[in-house]
Write a protein that binds this ligand. Sequence first.
Ligand code: CMC
Length: 383
Amino acid sequence: MTPSAPSLPFRDKGLANTVAAETQMSFIDGAKGVLEYVGIDIDSLARQSTFEETVFLLWNRRLPKAAELQAFCASVRSEYEVDARVHDIVRALPRSTPPMHALRTLVSCLAHFDREADENSPEANRRKALRLLAKTPTLIAMFDRHRKGKPFIAPDRSIGIAENFLWMLNGARPTEAMSRALDICLVLHADHGLNASTFAARVTVATLSDMYSAITTAVGTLKGPLHGGANQEVMEMLLEIGDISKVDDYIMGKLSRKELVMGFGHRVYKAYDPRAGFLKTFAKQVATDTGNITLYDMSRRIEEIMAREVSAKGIYPNVDFYSATTYYSLGLDLDLFTCIFAMSRVGGWAGHCIEQLEANRLIRPQADYVGPHGVKYVAIAQR
Ligand code: CMC
């Protein structure tokens, strides 16, 4: 007899209608296109804050006083270096490995050199959050130098995360405008509710595993082209199109074949993604300053076509659309784009791990079994 399937409380494929956690970090109103970190709108933060201050805000749910920010920045900078044995691990990775694979491995490796890796007290988790925030840019820059056959550049404790990253990556001092442009992108990407990678991090930490495992899970989840991997694909698309005269045919062709246009659409926003709104103006400035205005013009044309064809479905540019042109204009390699997203989102992921553990409950949804029942086991020789 076939047993009847257990009745499930709620079927919600993709969990779009499920609230699985409480957060005080970011608020999203997808219908109105609003994003706030701890109640402060993203536009104000992008204009006036820095990445370090934004992370302090997310982790402490208030803005720091000047002395607190100074102390926080000093603590982050004191953690920039990674253990010498991590240098050897970076060198052992194949140069052809995509950087997001390298980052996933290297974030995981940090746990081996942290005596507090399995210490789950709130204080230890804050210290680990700080280490992950500080060391992730170092790992990305080191791997990029390794794959290009260049020597590692030691981090500079006298400068902030964005500037230090560009320094370690290029071995040349970035201009103030370049550092600030990257810093703004880091502010915009730092947190975004219960997105897929943040959810993955919370699921991992909710088992009382450890923060390194949670951030490793999150890096792997961010990598997918439906999530953080889209920024690289946007840039590949722009380069493939190559010229503004080819944009219309390319995009109309994609839509007629029912293919996705990367950098558009969002699970939560059915209005303009406010991060994309800010980045659009910003990308234009950076593209003008760096001689890449044709890429920006192509992006604008893609947006016009998408607005005409699919905005009725609530599909607008998302954060990845204009961040792609911005990163490209800053001279960053395409396959580093998602790593830079990760470098910022570590702030959000770690904050969510801390928050999850403040009122933890194992996250364990149910699956609706749709397979057969009562199937006889057939011995291997009879199959
Ligand atoms: N291009 C063309 N059509 C689209 C797109 C797109 N980028 N996104 C959604 N649609 C269509 C989709 O085909 C569907 O059409 P129909 O109703 O005719 O079948 C409709 O819009 C609804 O889409 P959906 O798949 O139900 O939306 P979703 O909420 O499941 O997916 C998404 C959201 C982000 C996965 C999807 O929009 C997408 O794949 N976008 C491209 C990838 C991308 O840019 N990802 C970055 C997201 S923002 C950064 C981040 O948070 O990681």
